[in-house]
Design a protein around this ligand. Structure first.
Ligand code: AMP
Length: 281
């Protein structure tokens, strides 16, 4: 595995690879890799001839008072895990290369960026779509692998790819969880033992919703109320949102029908965690 630290060398490597005509798979990440990220890399290695993984904590997708500065970073461990997963190129660009002095462009997707995490984190998705566009232009992948953990992100990026006629396939892979159900996240590293226990309520609330829907409940407000009760048992918990939306366009659903996305964002202390479940009725 080669570690590449500049856009120009990344482009050179990809140009050379392209001459051989391979299928290039790409896994964008912010690093501090865990099994959720690795599942994406492994799928890319399985499906593609060359796999590029990026590790870049993108400043423009963090709000002013968010955790950009203290976001966990460990490039040594990331490199070891990526290598073991079979990644060919680990792209670790610098801020000055990604956002040189005078950088003044933005890629903005409207509508599907306005609700859920977009409402709580203004400007977040502008940062995501801008950096992802840059990475797509640098790597020119055939297939890009994303985790269902960031369900809204996938919908936003699919929309961008469709609207801007970007030539690539997007694959969404299932959420990888710890054995007790907690969705793996780089931010879990911030949790104390007690907070980690409270964080389990996200998964438990999603399971509760699934159980209620299985029993025939289709009133979203009732399901959300029951999920709230369960989550608010935790002392250090503050709910950002719990929403039941259409799994394709994210419009709010008063009644459960067809395919819905149940999405949660919760603060455990200062740590913001997200989780979700798609249910087909
Ligand atoms: P991040 O480093 O958090 O920006 O995530 C990079 C990619 O890994 C995104 O496509 C995420 O959806 C995906 N990812 C993060 N956590 C998980 C998880 N627990 N299971 C599956 N994919 C994940």
């Amino acid at each position: 595995m080669k570690i590449i630290r500049s856009i120009s060398s990344m482009k050179k490597c990809i140009k050379n690879e392209r001459k051989k005509g391979p299928k290039i798979g790409f896994v964008p990440t912010m690093g501090y890799l865990h099994q959720g990220h690795i599942s994406l890399a492994q799928q890319s290695v399985k499906e593609c001839d060359v796999t590029v993984m990026s590790v870049y904590v993108n400043p423009t997708q963090f709000g002013l008072h968010e955790d950009y500065k203290k976001y966990p970073r460990d490039i040594k461990s990331d490199a070891a895990l990526a290598k073991e997963a079979g990644v060919d190129y680990l792209f670790v660009p610098s801020d000055s290369d990604m956002y040189p002095l005078g950088f003044s462009s933005k890629v903005i997707v409207s509508n599907v960026t306005q609700m859920l995490c977009g409402a709580s984190r203004p400007g977040h998705f502008d940062g995501v779509t801008t950096i992802v566009s840059k990475l797509f232009n640098i790597i020119e992948p055939n297939t890009v692998f994303f985790g269902q953990k960031d369900a809204q992100q996938i919908i936003v990026i699919k929309k961008m790819v469709k609207d801007l006629n970007i030539q690539l396939k997007i694959k969404a892979l299932p959420i990888v969880r710890d054995s007790d159900g907690l969705a793996m996240s780089s931010r879990n590293a911030y949790l104390s033992k007690a907070q980690r226990l409270e964080a389990l309520s996200l998964y438990q609330a999603l399971q509760k919703a699934k159980e209620l829907i299985g029993q025939g409940e289709c009133n979203s407000a009732k399901i959300i109320a029951s999920m709230k009760r369960l989550i608010l048992r935790g002392k250090s918990v503050r709910i950002d949102y719990i929403a039941i939306v259409d799994a394709e366009d994210l419009s709010f659903k008063k009644h459960i029908k067809a395919k819905v996305l149940i999405a949660i964002a919760v603060f455990i202390g200062k740590v913001r965690l997200i989780d979700n479940l798609i249910i087909k009725v």
